[in-house]
Design a protein around this ligand. Structure first.
Ligand code: DQA
Length: 243
């Protein structure tokens, strides 16, 4: 066997292979696999985004390894005009696709309006969701909302954000303080994540001061009551703004 042969050429191109190369620091091989996948499915936005990130890292305009929770996908690249132009081209091609965001509400938030109104306000979750969708539409985006009282359902919904969503906004409610499973699920994503809390958890009981997800999210919006959601949606719009 030819020693110099590129083993990336031998293996069937899959996203798993590309990610593996990426994680192990073989960025040129990761780029080659993403390119092959894009040849097969040129419309897949997440592949274009992944390729862009790898190329930016190769060009040295993004750190070579990505620590979860950093804003590397959002930072405008400096010194790589070509990469930026290519990214703009890709995004222009997608410009007719609506930018979708997913909003996930955790346990007991279905009881908003009747649940401890002095802490969480008097608005119902339906009213909050309506405001979220209205704000998203004003920002040229669409928002899907989801609530569950069950950890596993929340985990599965987070997995759905892998395909097609540009930003995840999540209030994990009580699971914020306990759930390794939700944290691990969030680590599967490669999109910005905004953690929202109605109340200022840092001014409440000590057990609420610890968020299991704080270091893997992009940003937190805390203590603004129901207004925190439209604020997060507007931030999401800025985060996904085209270069
Ligand atoms: C909450 C804060 C959590 O501590 C609590 O368990 C909730 C709601 C908030 O939005 O303020 O259910 O996430």
């Amino acid at each position: 066997m030819d020693k110099d042969r590129d083993d990336a050429a031998d293996l069937a191109p899959t996203v798993t292979l590309a990610k593996l190369y990426e994680e192990q620091g073989f960025l040129d091989k990761a780029a080659s696999v993403y390119k092959k996948l894009l040849d097969i499915e040129p419309g897949r936005a997440e592949l274009k985004e992944a390729l862009w990130v790898v190329e930016e890292r190769l060009a040295g305009t993004l750190p070579r390894s990505r620590k979860p929770g950093t804003q590397t996908l959002l930072r405008p690249s400096k010194g790589s005009e070509q990469a930026t132009a290519e990214r703009k081209k890709m995004l222009d091609q997608e410009s007719n696709e609506p930018r979708r965001i997913l909003v996930i509400h955790g346990p007991n938030l279905n009881m908003l309006g009747r649940r401890e109104p002095s802490v969480y306000g008097t608005s119902t979750l339906e009213e909050i969701d309506e405001e979220i969708k209205k704000t998203a539409a004003e920002c040229g985006m669409t928002a899907d909302t989801f609530q569950s009282n069950h950890e596993g359902e929340l985990v599965e919904k987070i997995h759905e954000a892998i395909d097609g969503y540009k930003v995840l906004i999540i209030n994990p409610a009580a699971y914020t303080h306990t759930s390794v499973a939700l944290r691990d699920a969030l680590l599967t994503l490669n999109i910005p994540i905004i953690e929202v809390h109605l109340s200022n958890v840092y001014q409440r009981e000590a057990f609420r001061h610890k968020s299991m997800i704080a270091d893997v999210v992009t940003a937190q919006v805390v203590g603004f009551g129901k207004d925190g959601y439209p604020m997060a949606v507007k931030a999401a719009a800025k985060m996904t703004r085209k270069v």
